[in-house]
Design a protein around this ligand. Sequence first.
Ligand code: GAP
Length: 450
Amino acid sequence: MKSTEHQEQMEKIVSLCKRRGFFFKGSEIYGGFAGFFDYGPLGIMLKKNVENIWWNMFVESPEDMYGIDAALVMHPQTYQASGHAKNFADPMVEDLKTNKRYRADHILEENGISVVGLTPDQMNQIIVEKGIKSPDGNPLGEVTQFNMMFQTFVGANADSESRTFLRPETAQGIFTNYKNVLDTLHPKLPFGIGQIGKSFRNEIAPRDFLFRVREFSQMEVEYFVDPKDWEKYFEKFQKKVWDFISTVGIDTKKVSELEVADEDRAFYSKRTIDFEFEYPFGKKELYGLAYRTDYDLKGHGEVSKVDLSYFDEETRERFIPHVIEPSFGLERTILAILSSAYSEDEVNGETRVFLKLNKDIAPYQCAVFPLLKNKPDLVAKAKEVYDLLKKKGIRVMFDDNGNIGKRYRRQDEIGTPECITVDFDTLEDNTVTVRDRDTGEQKRVKLEEL
Ligand code: GAP
């Protein structure tokens, strides 16, 4: 695909998401709020399906995993210990005329300059030397570091004593609960703690729909190991990330690994692999897998003065466990799923749009239609079929609006794998028509075989 086609595909996905109730702009009736999106009725179903698969694969099924759900607002010392107060920053540059602020690395990339390993000072030098201007054509100021955490004040006073931050990653809630899990459930190394929840980053330049937003969900595991074993578990999670990618229906051909260079790794990591996805707007980070060493537990131990060491009864050694962290962004997952699933073909001379979502991910697994809306017998029978499937725990939608062709198109667009039509034969022989989303094939199936 050419870049204009990619752009068109992205526009089609964004438009479908809004039209069919997957996502809405945050605070839309006030004109929207940059960097914030609301999940609509179908979006929340998709989200829960992704979360359930992740939770099952990474927390519920493995014997050595525990789940938590920590508070979003944490003690301010958390961020001193984690290093976020000092280091969690992006390079920022200001248009001296309009005072609009931009990510300095984005401005350089847009001017065809590779930013790999560049410090803010070096970015500054390049901007001056090459006379790079803002997107509005104005001179740019100095590159500075902008801390991305959202501040908030806790309690009635709004002063430095009451100031803290919304968490920028779910990981810190895991590190601060590591000892609680150790003391209550007494797991032996290696073991891990998983969590799904919201994170907040005051991104300088939110962009590309759900890709870079200011409020998003993360699904993260912190896996605690003996330092001598870190490579083994790093590789184990590397494979597991691929398993997850294919299970949720992301096109694996569009995913690749990037070994992150020393100078580009986050401040806490000794090795990082980024899993990148070919989004319609370019190849970008989908997930990260990091070896966080003992950086976080050591930091929290020092600041809190709580002993976070682990005693190995077999070797009689005491040490701070090291950590392997697979980290998944939920919105980036959804965007990769939608980009992989978005399809078009031609039916009766018209373009048909359909989402090839797998059954576990699709908001609805099937839809039930009465052939005609104004025939009470058909509607009653269709309701019976709907109730039967619902009772079986299937995510099913009832639709009697418009002609059958239109109903098929609506279900195709939201990725419903099968549509079941109740017609006059159903009343006679208890069979229904089941139509497949991808092939359009229809077959007659007995109700008890549904
Ligand atoms: N705990 C490690 C951590 O937070 P990260 O690479 O900063 O590492 C992990 O973020 C994942 O969170 C990313 O790979 C991405 O999927 C998601 N993510 C990060 N920033 C995001 C943003 N502004 N909008 C949407 N997702 C984001």
